[in-house]
Ligand binder design. Structure first.
Ligand code: PEP
Ligand code: MG
Length: 556
C-alpha cells in the first residue's frame, strides 16, 4: 500500500528511487587511558588527523565552489582552531587516547557554543561534523556522511551538514529528504543552488526503512512511499512536462501579456556567476557579500581583494542590474571581529546594518571597494543594507553611501515588519526596497528560521507575510520606486505569480529556480496574477492561500 507523507518542498524536481540513510553513527571512542610515555605519539596522531580533515574540507570546498566553499572553509578553520588543538594536547598529556581527547575537547567546545545562545545551532551541527570526521579518521572507520553506493538513491537524513550537501553527486543522489531544517535553512538554500530535488521538515524521515522505494516531489513537498507503477508513471509524466516547459521558456521574465518582471539571481560570490548566466538571469538581485567575509572570520578581506571579487560578478552582467548587499554579519552568520559572543538573543541583536554602523570603517571600505569595482563597467550597480528597521537606519546607510562617493542607487532590505509597515518613510531616504522574505517571515511570526519544527510559520504563503509585502509594494509604487523580492519566496513559481500580482518589480532567486519561475510566470496574465494575489490575501492560513491562488490560476 502506498503511503503519502508531507514535508516542505524546497528544491524543484521529482526523484524516484531507493532510500539510503546518511551515515550518522555517533562514534564515541572508549575512554581507555594510554601510558604517558605514549603521549607525544598520540599528540602527533591527533595533529595529523586534524590536518588531514582540514585539508579534505578545504579540497571539498574548492571542488564545490560558491556559497558551499565558504561554509566548508569555515569548517576547515574550525578543525584547525588553536584553542581546540591545545585542549586536545592537554587531554592527551594527562592520559587520553587521541580519539578520546578529540571527542572530549569538541564536547566542551560544543557546550560553550550551545551556552552562548541559540544562533550557534547551525555552527554546532558543523562542529559535530568536523569532530566526527576527525574521530573516524583516528579510529580507521568510514567517514560519516553520504553512503557509498554505485546505484542512484534518495538520501534521507535528520539534517544535512553543509559539507555533505555541497558534495552530493546529482547523478547518484536523486534527491533528498530531511526531518529537520526549515524552508529557509542553509541546507535548503544550498540544495536549490545544486538543483537537487529536496523536501525538508518531514516527520518520520529518519525512521524510513533503508532500501524502500520512494517518490519525492520537491515542488509540492509530497513523498510517496512504495508508489504504484501508475503513480510512478504519472509523476514521471508530470516531471517530463515540467522539463519540456522549462526548455521551451527563454528570454526575460514576463507575464503572458508582456508585463516585465526581471528574473535575477542570488549569488554568494564569483563562483555562483556561471550558473546564474546559464540560467538566463537578467542580473543579480542579491549578492550576499558576507560569504567573502566568512572565509576568514578573524579579519575582513582587504579592499583590493573585495574589489576583485565584486568586479568578477559585475563584469558578468553587462547592461544588467547587480544589487549588492553590504555585509550581513551576526545571528546565523557571526564574524569574530564584528559579532559579540555573549548576545542573549543574536537574531534580535546587533546584526546586519546595526553591526555595520558600529564599524563605520568596515562599511566605508566595502562601499569604496564597490565604487572602485564598478568604475568603467557597463553595469547598473545598486547597493542595499540588510536589517533596516526604520527611517533613521535608512538615513544612516544613505549617508554612508554618500560619504563613500558611491555612484549607485542605494536601497533598503525589508526584513523587519517595522520596515514594511513604514516603507513610505524609509523610501524618503533610499531609492529602492528589496524584500528579504526569509527574515521577514522569521520576525513576523517570531519563528527562528533554523528550526524545522516551526516550518509552518516560516511558510512564505502566510497571508500576514503577503500583507506586509503589499504594504511595501504599495509604498514603492506611490513613490515611483522599485520593490523586488530576494528571499526564498521568489523561488516558488506560483508564489512568484502572486508576488507579481502584489506589485513586486523583480524576483531574485537561486539560479536553479529561474527556469521554473520564468516558465510559470509566462503562463498567466498580470490580471490573473492580481486576482490570485487578492484570493491568497483573503484567506487565513498558508495552505488556504496556496490553494486559493492555485484555484484562480488554474481557472477552476
Ligand atoms: C532574507 O532574509 O530573505 C534574505 C534574502 O537574506 P538572507 O537569507 O541572506 O538572510
Ligand atoms: Mg536576511
Amino acid at each position: 500500500m502506498t503511503e503519502t507523507l508531507h514535508g516542505v518542498g524546497v528544491s524543484h524536481g521529482v526523484a524516484i528511487g531507493q532510500v539510503r540513510h546518511m551515515g550518522t553513527a555517533v562514534l564515541e571512542p572508549p575512554a581507555q587511558q594510554t601510558p604517558s610515555a605514549g603521549a607525544p605519539r598520540e599528540q602527533a596522531r591527533a595533529r595529523q588527523a586534524v590536518e588531514a580533515v582540514a585539508a579534505d574540507l578545504q579540497a571539498r570546498g574548492n571542488l564545490a565552489g560558491g556559497e558551499a566553499q565558504a561554509v566548508l572553509e569555515a569548517q576547515s578553520l574550525m578543525a584547525l582552531d588553536p584553542e581546540l588543538r591545545a585542549d586536545v594536547e592537554r587531554r592527551i598529556a594527562v592520559g587520553s587516547t587521541a580519539e578520546r581527547a578529540v571527542y572530549d575537547a569538541f564536547a566542551s567546545y560544543r557546550a560553550l557554543l550551545a551556552n552562548a545562545g541559540d544562533y550557534l545551532a547551525g555552527r554546532v551541527a558543523d562542529l559535530d561534523d568536523v569532530r566526527n570526521r576527525i574521530v573516524a579518521r583516528l579510529m580507521g572507520v568510514p567517514m560519516p556522511g553520504v553512503p557509498d553506493s554505485d546505484e542512484p538513491y534518495v538520501l534521507f537524513a535528520r539534517d544535512l551538514a553543509p559539507a555533505d550537501t555541497a558534495l552530493l553527486d546529482p547523478t547518484l543522489v536523486l534527491g533528498f529528504v530531511t526531518e529537520e531544517g526549515g524552508p529557509t535553512s542553509h541546507s535548503a538554500i544550498l540544495a536549490r543552488a545544486l538543483g537537487v530535488p529536496a523536501v525538508v521538515a518531514m516527520p518520520g524521515a529518519t525512521q524510513m526503512a533503508e532500501g524502500v522505494v520512494v517518490a519525492v516531489d520537491g515542488s509540492t513537498g509530497v513523498v510517496l512511499v512504495e508508489p504504484s507503477e501508475e503513480q510512478q508513471a504519472e509523476l514521471r509524466r508530470i516531471a517530463a512536462e515540467r522539463r519540456a516547459a522549462l526548455s521551451a521558456s527563454t528570454g526575460p521574465g514576463q507575464t503572458s501579456d508582456g508585463h516585465r518582471v526581471p528574473l535575477l539571481a542570488n549569488v554568494g560570490g564569483p563562483a555562483d556567476v556561471p550558473a546564474a548566466v546559464a540560467a538566463g538571469a537578467e542580473g543579480v538581485g542579491l549578492f550576499r557579500t558576507e560569504f567573502l567575509f566568512l572565509e576568514d572570520s578573524a579579519k575582513a578581506p582587504s579592499e583590493d581583494a573585495q574589489v576583485e571579487a565584486y568586479q568578477t560578478v559585475l563584469e558578468a552582467f553587462p547592461g544588467g542590474r547587480v544589487v549588492v548587499r553590504v555585509l550581513d554579519a551576526g545571528a546565523d552568520k557571526p564574524l569574530d571581529f564584528m559579532t559579540a559572543a555573549d548576545e542573549p538573543n543574536p537574531a534580535l541583536g546587533v546584526r546586519g546594518l546595526r553591526s555595520l554602523l558600529n564599524h563605520p570603517d568596515l562599511l566605508q571600505t566595502q562601499l569604496r571597494a564597490l565604487a572602485r569595482a564598478a568604475q568603467g563597467l557597463p553595469v547598473y550597480l545598486e547597493v542595499m543594507a540588510p536589517m533596516v528597521a526604520d527611517r533613521i537606519d535608512a538615513r544612516a546607510f544613505a549617508d554612508a553611501c554618500r560619504t563613500a562617493g558611491l555612484k549607485a542607487k542605494f536601497g533598503a532590505m525589508v526584513e523587519i515588519p517595522s520596515a514594511a509597515l513604514r516603507a513610505r518613510s524609509i523610501l524618503q531616504e533610499v531609492e529602492f526596497l528589496s524584500l528579504g522574505t526569509n527574515d521577514l517571515a522569521q520576525y513576523t511570526f517570531a519563528a527562528d528560521r533554523q528550526v524545522g519544527a516551526l516550518a509552518r510559520l516560516q511558510d512564505p504563503w502566510q497571508p500576514a507575510l503577503l500583507d506586509l509585502i503589499a504594504f511595501s509594494t504599495d509604498a514603492a509604487k506611490a513613490g515611483g520606486q522599485s520593490c523586488g523580492v530576494c528571499g526564498e519566496a521568489a523561488a516558488d513559481p506560483i508564489l512568484a505569480c502572486v508576488l507579481t500580482g502584489l506589485g513586486v518589480t523583480s524576483l531574485s532567486m537561486g539560479a536553479a529556480s529561474i527556469p521554473y519561475v520564468r516558465a510559470t510566470l509566462a503562463k498567466y496574465t498580470l490580471a490573473q496574477c492580481r486576482r490570485a494575489a487578492a484570493a491568497a490575501r483573503a484567506t487565513d492560513t498558508a495552505d488556504e492561500a496556496r490553494a486559493a491562488a492555485n484555484q484562480v490560476l488554474s481557472g477552476e
